[in-house]
Design a binder for this molecule. Structure first.
Ligand code: NHR
Length: 182
């Protein structure tokens, strides 16, 4: 998320950050965003006790205050229902730590290792109602090494996530949805 803000603030970018919205007041990105001069808000999902629709109405209310054109999920770990996703379809991006369509969902690094894969990576995709299933906007690959653990592999993928997501957002914000390959 910070890499997206940095890239937008570096100039020559069609996008401009208007809000960093988190579902936990503990999210480390909130302070970093505030330090960078970007507005922040929190909608904690916990008081909604599993009522996803009510939680999402509160998220949407925060978004309505700033009317963004594009929404980027970055480490956002709550599944979003179709009612929230539909109005944003084609304008909401997510980065997922696998080479989609492989390993949708959670625990992707362990699953790639368990499968004996020789490469892994990350994908930026458009968010649709089905999880990790939308059109692919970019991918970056990393080799899997013999002694990799889920943590060592996650660290190598994260380096690529920090390169890929800004590259995709830069292109997407300029109106170009051609996939980025790193
Ligand atoms: N929502 C929709 N409709 N479509 C997608 O593609 C989405 C989405 C919401 C989040 C991010 C995704 C990821 O990149 C994402 C993509 C969380 C879960 C999950 O199971 C799954 C996928 C992703 C994020 N969340 C649990 C839940 O009950 C909570 C898990 C936890 O708290 O650790 O929401 O990985």
């Amino acid at each position: 998320m910070v890499r997206l803000l940095e890239d937008m603030q570096s100039g020559d970018h069609a996008g401009e950050p208007v809000l960093v919205l988190a579902n936990s007041a503990d999210a480390g990105g909130l302070k970093k965003a505030a330090d960078m001069g970007v507005a922040t808000a929190v909608v904690d999902h916990r008081p909604f006790k599993g009522d996803r629709v009510a939680f999402e109405a509160a998220l949407q209310a925060e978004l309505d205050k700033v009317s963004p054109d594009i929404l980027c999920l970055a480490g956002f770990m709550r599944v979003l229902t179709e009612g929230f996703v539909a109005p944003w379809e084609g304008r909401m991006l997510n980065i997922h730590p696998s080479l989609l369509p492989k390993y949708k969902g959670l625990h992707t690094h362990a699953r790639a290792l368990d499968a004996g894969d020789s490469e892994h990576g990350c994908t930026v995709h458009l968010v649709t109602p089905a999880l990790d299933d939308g059109p692919i906007l970019g991918q970056a690959r990393v080799p899997i090494k013999e002694n990799d653990t889920p943590d060592s592999l996650a660290a190598r993928v994260l380096v690529q996530e920090h390169r890929l997501y800004p590259a995709v957002l830069r292109r997407f914000a300029a109106g170009d949805a051609t996939p980025v390959q790193l």
